[in-house]
Design a protein around this ligand. Structure first.
Ligand code: ZN
Ligand code: ZN
Length: 367
């Protein structure tokens, strides 16, 4: 039906098919050409409803229930388009004298329907065979559910191990864990493992902040027995090169994975700049995992950079970045990104058992 390029995330559809991604882009372009107001908001809502719809809508011949009524006249005008070029031309015509620019911050993302199709065709990378659910949040920081509720959902989804990674206090924008919070969670994790560890073994992790100079926001004493996923959450819009910051973070003791390395966000920001070849070489040499964040608005790393990391010999951690039990399914999007980058099952720790978590890192003690 379609071919997957060796790298890059754009899927080729046969002529005569308008994908959800094409249709959503038309709505985004139209929203950009409208002044702020009801119609602009409705167009944006329509764009997201189409982009997030799990099945292809056949060029708007079917519509998601969540599509706002105000955009139905626009839908009627786009419905006759039989190719991406036609739908793009129609959107530009409807945009009138405002020349829409399009946004590079939307390029290289899979729509939900594309992600499901890649996964359906991904052969050896089957999300149903994932054993580990990593990088998710609970009420202890900015998540919506308790540790037990999240763990029960991981278990129902087939995981045999899971790593909870709430934020730490150093991150000003969220309600992160301080030393006391980390200790309380340590006990909650131990309590789960006493009760249900045979079914699902929980490991405590932390999503720690990479500071401006590349150090982490937690003292070394708080890192013992905890798997750290280190992430950049500040300075994301800056255009300077941040290679040094990432390299320093990769060398910090206890760093298990580099989380959402680019920090890009769909339709919002492109993420940081770095010499990724150098960063990936350092991660591979130090045995630090590279995260493939499947949260649909992140998709970070993207397939092009993932292919580069694969060539550098990196190993990968799939992450849902779930803030709600429902979000735990987002690790399937990470599987889609890996499939597009040609990453093998063996290079992904989530397909392996618990005792593979630390790889050959003697400094990472997995309890
Ligand atoms: Zn984060
Ligand atoms: Zn997170």
């Amino acid at each position: 039906m379609y071919v997957t390029p060796a790298s890059g995330s754009e899927l080729a559809y046969p002529a005569g098919v308008v994908s959800n991604a094409d249709l959503a882009e038309a709505f985004f372009v139209l929203a950009e050409s409208h002044p702020p107001g009801e119609l602009r908001l409705a167009l944006l809502r329509a764009a997201y409803a189409v982009f997030d719809h799990p099945r292809e809508l056949d060029g708007a011949r079917r519509l998601p229930e969540t599509i706002p009524l105000e955009v139905l006249p626009t839908v009627a005008m786009l419905r006759g388009c039989r190719s991406r070029d036609a739908v793009t031309a129609a959107a530009h015509r409807l945009a009138g004298p405002h020349r829409p620019r399009g946004s590079p911050t939307r390029e290289g993302f899979l729509s939900a329907a594309e992600a499901s199709r890649v996964v359906a065709d991904s052969g050896a990378l089957d999300p149903r065979q994932l054993r580990g659910a990593a990088h998710w949040h609970t009420r202890a920081s900015d998540g919506a559910a308790t540790l037990d509720a999240m763990a029960r959902t991981c278990l129902r989804r087939g995981a045999t191990w899971a790593v909870v990674t709430d934020h730490t206090r150093g991150l000003a924008c969220v309600n992160g864990l301080d030393a006391e919070g980390i200790e309380l969670q340590r006990r909650a994790v131990a309590s789960w493992n006493r009760r249900r560890g045979e079914e699902l073994w929980l490991v405590q992790g932390l999503e720690v902040e990479i500071l401006e100079d590349g150090r982490l926001d937690v003292p070394r004493t708080a890192r013992e027995g905890v798997l750290l996923v280190a992430a950049v959450h500040t300075g994301l819009a800056e255009r300077r090169d941040q290679t040094k910051r990432l390299l320093r973070a990769l060398q910090e003791p206890g760093v298990w994975a580099l989380a959402h390395p680019r920090g890009r966000l769909f339709a919002r920001r492109a993420g940081i700049r770095a010499n990724w070849e150098v960063v990936f070489a350092e991660a591979a040499a130090g045995g630090v995992l590279l995260e493939v964040n499947g949260f649909p608005r992140r998709q970070d790393l993207d397939p092009t950079l993932l292919a580069l990391a694969r060539e550098a010999g990196c190993r990968f951690l799939l992450a849902s970045d779930a803030h709600h039990p429902r979000h735990l399914a987002f690790d399937a999007t990470a599987v889609a990104l890996c499939a597009q980058a040609g990453i093998s099952r063996e290079a992904i720790v989530n397909f392996g058992p618990l005792d593979h978590l630390a790889g050959d890192r003697p400094d990472l003690a997995v309890p």
